[in-house]
Each structure stands twice: as structure tokens, then as C-alpha cells.
Design a protein around this ligand. Sequence first.
Ligand code: MG
Ligand code: MG
Length: 260
Amino acid sequence: MVHIKSQRELEIMRKCGRLVSSVLQQVAALVQPGVTLIDLDMAAEKLSREAGAVPAFKGYQGFRHTLCLSVNEQVVHGIPSKRALKEGDIVGVDFGLQYEGFYGDSALTIAVGKVPENAARLMQVTKDSLYAAISQAKSGNTLKDLARAIENVVRPHHYGIVREFVGHGIGTRLHEDPQVPNYEEGASNLKLRPGMTIAIEPMINEGTAAVKILEDRWTAVTLDGLLSAHFEHTIAITDGEPEIFTEWENGGLGTLTNHA
Ligand code: MG
Ligand code: MG
């Protein structure tokens, strides 16, 4: 069942989204060679609590951290550890908050120092595919239109579109109906309507679309060990253009790829 939000509810989600974006960008600014994943996680939790919001992932189905941090071949749901980031890594930072009973959810993939050209291209294409989908998130369009927009950006690069994980409705729960797949075949003809709030989150692999879950039962990695990137926004469908609740300044630090 898809929940249509009232103006009052949308206003809370707007505030929540701004907090998500603010914390995510502050965490992104800490990403550099030598920083550990657990340091980033602790910084995110501190910033969340200072903002008067509750980390959404901590305790979710037993997950014990504020951030999902997915490095290189890790697709999503990487667990913060004492691992230190190295020059040339890319790291997906996925982050959600609960604020006044509503959720916001966003993710960026960030370059650690200078990254190879193939990594920079994967990140850029993934981010472009997210914004292509958002541009189709208009009343009367369908979930297939969103997925097709992603495919149209990604396919020319022969990248793999992850199927096992999808975007989602979001509101009083982190994951609500509808599912928002990133590939047309998996998406429904459900029509978008004003007041619908969804998280769109393409996960794009440099090689095969296939993924597997590590023994920690959380971390998803590419089956071929090649890179993966992930970008996500929480948005609202309106009478006109979609509203991005979690928009990043400067188009996101994910653009600062500094590639060699
Ligand atoms: Mg997320
Ligand atoms: Mg999400």
C-alpha cells in the first residue's frame, strides 16, 4: 500500500532530508586516505544526535551502525570497521535519519584522493543515472519510466545494474511500498502521484550485475570483484517538478573525483 503524504508530513520529511544531506556532506568531507570506516561512522552518529535526529540504520534488522560504508567492490550494506581508506579507493556512504517520526535516506559514492579514470567514470555515470530517474519522477509517469531512464544512461557503458537491491517508498517507515527497481523489467506500471515519497538508488557495477553476500551476512559485493557505485536521494512527487529532499550542495561531493 502506497502512502500519500499530507503537506504537513511533507514538511517534516523536507526537514529530515535537509538534516540527512547536511550530515552526509559533513561526513563526506572527512573522507581521505588514512581515515577509518569506524571513525566516519562515529562522526555520523555524533552529528545526527547533535541535529536532534536518530540514525535510521542503527538497530535496523540488527545492523549496529549509523552508516553503511561500502568500499570498491562492495555494493551496499558494508559494515564500518577499523579498515583505513587508501588513496584510489571509492567508498559508498549510505545514511538515513529518523526525525519527528519520518525518515530520510541518501547515499553518495566518494573518491578517496585520486582515483583511476575507470572509477571516476563509474561514479559519474551512476550519479547521472540517479538524476535521470529523478527527472522522470513526475505525476502520471510510472516506475518503469524511472527504471528506463536509469537503463538509458547506464547501458551504453556496458555496466551491470544490480537487481537484488532496489529503491523504495519512504515515510513513517524507512522502507515502504512501492519497490523502486533500477531496471525496467523489474519495475511496475504503478503511476506516480503527488504526495508520494520515494528513495531512488541505482547501484551500478563496473562489470557483472551479479552480487553475493559476505559471511558477515550484510556486505554485498560484486561477484567478479570489480567496482560498484551507489547514489541515492529521497524525493517527493509533486504537481510539477520532483522535489529532492536530500539534495547535496555543489551537486554532491561525489563529483569531486580528482581522478588521475
Ligand atoms: Mg540508503
Ligand atoms: Mg534506501
